[in-house]
Write a protein that binds this ligand. Structure first.
Ligand SMILES: [Zn+2]
Length: 157
């Protein structure tokens, strides 16, 4: 899958479920945190951008080690930088959504030089539709939730 989809799937996983677990002061905070989880979903491609399926199969960042490394890095960030504790769950999950999305759109290697798992369930020619759909959805979410909040804050001041 392409970058907007890899960003949007973890973004919305967080954006739509976390407000049930935690009360947010405002939508801006939720939006920013969701962006962090969205970026986590991009990291396998940031470390190894792949244009061909073959380079994806050879990428260490596209194996089961990626979420484990993400967990380790998040643990360090929680203890030393003080980022929210729930990111311990969400950042590795964001990375996992990348692997799942790539697994249904061409497959990945779960272990370096292991077998290729997954299939081309979502054909390459459809990837663009997902990009356009999620891009529009992100713009609508931003305009609807964030702009409204900023306007409200302005009228209070
Ligand atoms: Zn990828």
């Amino acid at each position: 899958m392409l970058i907007v989809t890899h960003f949007a799937v973890p973004f919305y996983s967080y954006y739509l479920t976390d407000p049930f677990l935690k009360k947010y002061k405002d939508k801006k905070e939720l939006f920013l945190y969701s962006c962090v989880i969205g970026l986590a979903g991009l990291t396998p491609d940031i470390f190894r951008a792949h244009l061909t399926l073959q380079s994806r199969y050879n990428a260490f960042s596209h194996t089961a080690f990626a979420p484990m490394i993400a967990l380790l890095v998040t643990m360090l960030a929680v203890f030393f930088v003080g980022i929210p504790k729930r990111f311990l769950f969400w950042i590795p999950l964001g990375v996992t959504t990348h692997l799942l999305l790539d697994a249904v759109s061409g497959g990945i290697r779960l272990f370096p030089s292991g077998e290729i798992i997954g299939d081309s369930m979502i054909k390459f020619s459809f990837w663009g539709f997902f990009e356009i759909f999620f891009f529009s959805l992100l713009i609508i979410t931003y305009k609807h939730d964030i702009r409204k909040f900023v306007k409200k804050a302005e009228t209070y001041n």
